[in-house]
Design a protein around this ligand. Sequence first.
Ligand SMILES: [Zn+2]
Length: 288
Amino acid sequence: MPEMPEVQAHAERLTERFAGRTLEKFVPFNFTALKTAVPAPDTAYGHQLIEVGRRGKYLLVQFEPTTFVVHLMQGGRLLADDKLSAKPRGGQARFVFETVERPDGTLDGAALLLTEQGKERRAGVWCVPTADAMSSPPLERLGPEAASITDDELAARFTANSMRVHGFLRDQRMIAGIGRRLANEVCHRARVSPFSNTRKLGADGASKVGEAIRSCIAESLEYERRRDDMSSSKDRPSAMHSRTGEPCPDCGDAVRAVEYSGYTVNYCATCQTGGRVLADNTTSKFLK
Ligand SMILES: [Zn+2]
């Protein structure tokens, strides 16, 4: 799933291409694509796109009265649509902008297409009043932005929420923008076990994790901004994530894995757990 750096760089690319274009219509292709009834999408018709912004892992397609909050989930993409086909493959919704005349007299039509490959159909769009976007669902539940949370804020959240740090990092209500890959990378860079209890990490642990969050995000963002499209997960830089069995770039020990049904926690025992091998003991094997 795209995390903050991928979504941020993509929002910047879309802003560059589409800011200032006037929305003609919003077309959902199936009844699950639009998650809200009020305000209606047509409240944004005739308005210019201010920018495509971001909060957590959401893209914010912003017009003065109404913002379209887009979540790409696992396989969603929001891309320039030049074909305007009647039934685009994997199409969930389309933003059609008014056609403008170029200086040379030719016509420039523009559209944005939200697609989602696979059968899950979980990507979606929420329409919210722009003035209240941050206090409306789904954004209202998000924790502070990962890139700008302070060490003190992080320490306070660690103290208030006793949980495994890897789970904390992936929980969008605790901190927004980090997913499975960055959680693996951040724990490794901070030299903490992914299973460390947040309450026990204390202020020292929070500043190590905070520093790791900032540097991992900065590196990913730099990588992503050099691209002209959103990376797929296999392209994204990683020391730990999806590298089970490969050597740790810092110490050479083999990267280890704890498998869950939906994801894998990767870590280096030498760097992070004093050599101890982690096993998941929160779920019984009989429940699988
Ligand atoms: Zn290592």
